[in-house]
Design a protein around this ligand. Structure first.
Ligand SMILES: Cc1cc2nc3c(=O)[nH]c(=O)nc-3n(C[C@H](O)[C@H](O)[C@H](O)COP(=O)(O)OP(=O)(O)OC[C@H]3O[C@@H](n4cnc5c(N)ncnc54)[C@H](O)[C@@H]3O)c2cc1C
Ligand code: FES
Length: 338
């Protein structure tokens, strides 16, 4: 009563935002540039943080121009880091709201929302005898977390980036290679062209024998999945995608989307996720991974129909039907309860 309209916890948050029991938060303690468009963000998680396994990601909520936006980032620090801090390494993408904010504008001292670490792109308990890390661009991040965390006997890495100076963690990777902890092949796509997956025979002749962790753009991962399947070793390939692979090509026919709780109606095409449509319209849309894995965006579909962008499947509104707005587009007029 005394603190109405705020709750006592709101006052405690002001003095001790990282305390046990508060919604999990973290404080940005430093931002270190890595390349011209990537930076490592050092975060001190609050007391409720349960730690992570190398290769996992964390969802963070960041305020950008007054709007809380959630994104997932792989943890690049080892699990046993003594000071308890974790790092994420972010590559700014053109027009990317959160990535540009973190790389170019985030300031030490800023509080962010955190979720517990998640994801199964991790090494097994029993260390594999031979490992291949196949990465491109910012896809190096979960693998760097593994390299820093777990020393393995026989590790080969093939990493693609446009130019040498775009290779995130390049000095550290070359240090590991010099210490014979890693055999490293860099593919510079500006000069060498995109990696043709069949080149693995020449770059890593025993690739079929290696337990492989791959992370990078959809083109590389799709090609890898096909290649590993063709060679009958698909179970040796573990992939991490930063974006959902969408099956719907072109405009599958959109419609008018009503966000009934907010009272907004906008036109949507049939390929843009309803999450993006809502955010563009200024509707408060919960989200997390933005690729269909965390269920942080689940919302009731009150009326109309939506299309799952991963499968093309249509879902029609019925009482109790929930949809993942990050991987659903309008399939005709629809009403989303936001
Ligand atoms: C499990 C997981 C782990 C991830 N780990 C990392 C990481 O370690 N480092 C990192 O930099 N990013 C990582 N990401 C991607 C990250 O979550 C964001 O998608 C990325 O930073 C873009 O967000 P944004 O707000 O800047 O872009 P938005 O403002 O959301 O999008 C801007 C434009 O870029 C497009 N876009 C969105 N995401 C991507 C993308 N990943 N690649 C290319 N284009 C995109 C959008 O369609 C839009 O046109 C990870 C994603 C997942 C799901
Ligand atoms: S935001 Fe993670 S499932 Fe939609």
């Amino acid at each position: 009563m005394v603190t109405t309209p705020l709750l006592p916890s709101d006052y405690l948050d002001l003095v001790s935002p990282l305390r046990t029991g508060a919604d999990l938060r973290g404080r940005i303690e430093a931002v270190h540039p890595e390349t011209r468009d990537a930076a490592t963000v050092v975060i001190r998680p609050g007391r409720g943080w349960r730690g992570h396994t190398a290769g996992q990601y964390v969802r963070i909520g960041v305020d950008v121009d007054g709007v809380r936006l959630w994104r997932a980032y792989s943890i690049t620090s080892p699990a046993n880091r003594r000071d308890g801090r974790v790092t994420i390494t972010v590559k700014a993408i053109p027009d990317g709201k959160v990535s540009n904010h973190l790389v170019r504008r985030a300031k030490p001292g800023t509080l962010i929302q955190l979720d517990q670490a998640a994801g199964d792109f991790v090494l097994p308990q029993a260390k594999p005898a031979k490992v291949l890390y196949l990465t491109a661009g910012s896809g190096i991040t979960p693998v760097m977390g593994m390299l820093r965390d777990t020393e393995l006997d026989d590790v080969v890495m093939v990493h693609c980036a446009p130019q040498p100076q775009d290779v995130i963690f390049r000095n550290e990777l070359h240090g590991l290679a010099a210490d014979k902890k890693l055999r490293l092949t860099e593919v510079h796509t500006d000069t060498d062209g995109m990696l043709d997956i069949t080149r693995l025979d020449e770059l890593v002749p025993d690739w079929t024998e290696r337990e492989t962790w791959a992370c990078g753009p959809a083109g590389l991962l799709d090609a890898a999945e096909e290649h590993w399947t063709e060679h009958g070793v698909r179970e040796r390939l573990h992939t991490e995608r930063f974006r959902p692979s969408t099956a719907v090509a072109g405009d599958g026919g959109g419609g008018e989307v009503t966000f009934s709780a907010t009272g907004k109606t906008v036109d949507a095409d049939g390929t843009t996720p309803l999450l993006d449509i809502g955010e563009e319209a200024g509707v408060l849309m919960p989200s997390g991974c933005r690729m269909g894995i965390c269920f942080g965006c689940v919302t009731p579909l009150k009326a109309g129909a939506i299309r799952d962008l991963r499968t093309g499947e249509i879902t029609e509104a019925e009482p109790g039907v929930l949809i993942q707005t990050c991987v659903s587009a309008a399939a005709g007029p629809c009403d989303i309860e936001r």
